[in-house]
Design a protein around this ligand. Sequence first.
Ligand code: ATR
Length: 287
Amino acid sequence: MNAEAIAPKAEGYLLLGVIGCPVAQSKSPLMHGAALKEMGLEGSYVPLHVEPERLGETIAAMRTLGFRGFNVTIPHKLAIMDYLDDVDERAREIGAVNTVLNEGGRLKGYNTDGIGYVRSLKAEAAPELAGKRAVVIGAGGAARGIVDALLRENPASVTIVNRDATKAASLADAMASRGRVAALGTDKLQEAASAADILINTTSVGMYPQESATPIPAEWIPGGIVVSDLIYNPLETRMLREAAQRGCTVHGGLGMFVYQGAYALEYWTGRPAPAGVMREALLRNFG
Ligand code: ATR
């Protein structure tokens, strides 16, 4: 296909969306809808339910319809790369794309999850990450982006702790050239946490509807450190509640969600995104 020949068609009208399966629960349409309104842009951000076997034809349709860009969520973050014209180096390293930009018919993939996370962590809880010892619980797709973004901040070390220690080790190996990265199994979590300045949960443990679960016993969390959870439903997980009780600075997942969206919107519009308005729209929705 001659990608150059297919440029966005609805001149001036910004077509945006998110593809996922499932996608009905996504808060992205709400957040981006509020942002477009605030920016005075005419456009729509729509949720698109796409089964894995329909991904290829969906991407062709996005080109045909002239979508300016779209987000990509579970389970397409990896598979999407086969259908794009170009993938940003950082997204390639992370191995996942969450944002696609249509530049005159050429589709390019980016990853804004990790940078969105670190921007929010610095803004809300830990302004300085250089020289800090970070412990990351989990070694899945989310952890990859977070470890990548953390390493760009020059921490003293990043220790990945995962139930499946071999997965932690392979993520650590992939990132080893970029800084001090270690990998441990969950049996070493207590020891790792005792030496942490920042403790980050990237697993789904504690997410709605399993809100009574926590990835770490409260007594293993050192008092006074920064404790961060990627989960934003609930806004305050059990881990964060218990960490706050121990005098820790806590950081929930809402900011990461806001900033990954803000970076994406900045790619699509070339303008600063109204992160405050986006956050408020979400908070209103959460009641
Ligand atoms: P994501 O893209 O959201 O990171 P993922 O790639 O499925 O999702 O990764 C989920 C992570 O949470 C993994 O590190 C997983 O541990 P394993 O690699 O050992 O499977 C971790 N995880 C999920 N449920 C867990 C549980 N109940 N206890 C401990 N870790 C869990």
